[in-house]
Design a protein around this ligand. Structure first.
Ligand code: HEM
Ligand code: HEM
Length: 219
C-alpha cells in the first residue's frame, strides 16, 4: 500500500509538484490557521460575557481539527517526501525554507495543544467540541490543586501567544519568498503547490491547449 502510494506520489514529485493530498493539506490548513489567528485576536478583544464565550467556542471548535489535520499531515509528510524543485537548489535560502516548514509543523501541534491545556485548566472547564459537533475530552487537570491549574493556564497562555507571534513573523516571510520565487526568479515552486489544471497552458507539460485563433474584425 505504502509502496503504491509512493509510486503515485512520484508521478507528481518527478514533475516538481506536491501531490493533490499535500496541496489540499497545505491550503486547507493555511486557511484555517489564518482564520484562527484573526478570530483568536477578535475573541480576546470581545468584552467578557456570553459573546466572548461563544467566540472562544468557535475558536476551539476550529482549532482542535487543526491538531488532527497536523497528525495526518505529518504522517503523510513522513511517508511521502516533497518534490525537489528549482527553489531547492538555493543553498542557505533552501535551508531557511526548510527550517520555516519545521517551525510551521511545530506550531500546528503546539497551538491546539496549548489551547486545549488552557481550556482544561480553567476552574470550571466548559465542554469542548471538535468542529462544534463532536464532543472532545478535557485534559485530566480536574484533580490538580487550583494553584497548579493556574500555573498551567499561565504557562499554556505564554506558549500559545509565543506560537502566535512566531507565526506572525514567519507567515509573511514564507508568502513573500513564495511570491519572489515565482515572479522574480521564475522558479516552479509555487506552481507545484497550486492545484493542477490539466488543460492549462504549460510549456513543459504535454498540454492540449492551443492559443485561440485571432479574431477577424467585423466590417
Ligand atoms: C492553530 C490553531 C490556533 C491558533 C492559530 C490560535 C490563535 C490564537 C490567537 C491569535 C489568540 C489571541 C492571542 C493570545 O491571547 O494568544 C488565541 C487565544 C486563545 N486561544 Fe487559540 N489558537 C489556536 C487553537 C486554539 C485551540 C484548539 C484552543 C482551545 C481548545 C484555543 C484556545 C485559546 C484561548 C483559551 C485563548 C485566550 C488566551 C488568553 O486569553 O490569553 N486556541 N489563540
Ligand atoms: C498565500 C499564502 C501562501 C503561499 C503562496 C504559500 C506557498 C507555499 C509554497 C510554494 C510551498 C512549497 C515550498 C517548497 O517546497 O519549498 C509551501 C510550503 C509550505 N507552506 Fe505555504 N504558502 C502560503 C501560506 C501558508 C500558511 C499560512 C502556512 C501555515 C499556516 C503555510 C505552511 C506551509 C508549510 C508547512 C509548507 C511545507 C509543505 C510540506 O512539505 O508539507 N503556508 N507554501
Amino acid at each position: 500500500m505504502i509502496r503504491e502510494l509512493r509510486a503515485w506520489a512520484r508521478t507528481h514529485s518527478e514533475r516538481s509538484r506536491y501531490t493533490p493530498v499535500g496541496i489540499a493539506f497545505h491550503w486547507v490548513m493555511a486557511a484555517l490557521v489564518l482564520f484562527q489567528i484573526a478570530w483568536g485576536f477578535y475573541a480576546s478583544w470581545v468584552p467578557a460575557g456570553g459573546d466572548k464565550l461563544h467566540a472562544f467556542e468557535v475558536h476551539s471548535g476550529i482549532g482542535l481539527p487543526i491538531l488532527l489535520l497536523a497528525i495526518a499531515r505529518f504522517g503523510w509528510r513522513l511517508m511521502i517526501p516533497g518534490p525537489v524543485n528549482d527553489a531547492d537548489r538555493q543553498g542557505w535560502q533552501t535551508q531557511i525554507a526548510y527550517v520555516m516548514h519545521y517551525l510551521f509543523y511545530i506550531a500546528f501541534f503546539g497551538l491546539p495543544l496549548s489551547g486545549w491545556a488552557m481550556w482544561s485548566s480553567i476552574a470550571e472547564p466548559g465542554p469542548l467540541y471538535l468542529a462544534g459537533v463532536l464532543p472532545w475530552p478535557q485534559l485530566p487537570f480536574d484533580q490538580l490543586p487550583l494553584t497548579m491549574r493556574w500555573q498551567i493556564m499561565d504557562m499554556a497562555e505564554d506558549v500559545h501567544l509565543g506560537f502566535v507571534v512566531m507565526l506572525l513573523a514567519i507567515i509573511p516571510l514564507h508568502v513573500a519568498a513564495a511570491l519572489k520565487h515565482h515572479f522574480w526568479d521564475r522558479h516552479d515552486v509555487l506552481r507545484g503547490m497550486l492545484p493542477e489544471i490539466p488543460d492549462a497552458e504549460d510549456p513543459r507539460g504535454a498540454s492540449s491547449h492551443r492559443p485561440r485563433e485571432p479574431r477577424i474584425p467585423q466590417a
